[in-house]
Design a binder for this molecule. Sequence first.
Ligand SMILES: [Zn+2]
Length: 362
Amino acid sequence: MADGSGRAKRMYTGSDGEGWGPNRGGGEFRATEQDEHQSIGRTETVPHPVSPFRDEARDVATGHPIAILPGIWEIRESLAPAFDTPETWVSLFLITDPTGHASPVMIDTGVPRSTHTVILPALEALGFAPSDLKVAVNTHSHHDHAGSNVQLREATGCQIWIGRLDGPALLRGDRFGPDEIPPHSADRLLDGGEIVNLAGRDYEIIDMPGHSPGSIGIFDRERGILFTGDAIQARGTTTQGVPGASNRPAYRNTLATVRALPVEHLLPAHAYLPFPPAHVTPGSEVHRYVDVSREAIDTIDDRLASAIRNAGGSATIAKIADTICADQPRTPVLAAPILTDYLNQMAAVGRVRHDADHWTLL
Ligand SMILES: [Zn+2]
């Protein structure tokens, strides 16, 4: 972090780790003058930054870093326009070294615009230059987690690390709404069991496949802190209301893996129902999170079958999604692709049939 420039460092001193919702963000920034000769310098309170840190329309704090745990900051990015609902965002995390010796690290890079809309502003807010960022680790390859890899590497010179089995997806490229994500390669492919040093602390790479083949958890065993990306999803995002686990056997193994770890702080990348966003704690809640995740994935086929049965034995995906999402204010159109994936799996074992635009119970 120390760049020797002697310029003002900003330390966030708010207590936003507690209390989610519209009133969060009530802390204040302190500007601390520091240089090599002066470890405790002049402090002054500066007004709480509003723009460009907050997307009021969605109640999404953007480049405004929120203190979650010592040396761990949450940075939110809206998911408009691809997932344009008020309550949906992706949580990126910035890991810093409280002693100021090691370089900061990003966990995930967001959507293509995120380098400029949230990551560089967050680095600046904490007193870092772009070139201070040396590494960004992707929890997986999806467009809202690895979408700004190219821009961030260009702007900061950082390396991009990702789980080995999600490396090929980066090479294929992707889209987020109108924005293209160009094909690109990672600088380092990570394997489960590896220990990596991030911002001065050791983290263990945990294989967590199921949502994607190369999804990884990033685990500080000493503090019980686990970054999970989208690897475990409880009942799904607040937008979709169903968990996205295309490979259910792998996903079930991942749930068992997490349940066996001494996790006290689970840091997922989205708000997953019915849990609070960004930070699930303590360990007993983490176990409940895992159990809810397991139940959601084990009951989805029966819920789909029942939705088709209630529609007279045959229904369109729109009708099925309306039924599945009826009990909560989800956006059925966004749940439909995930539900279609599960229906295809049910078709493969002869439980449903797909003709034209209807799914029929067999
Ligand atoms: Zn994902």
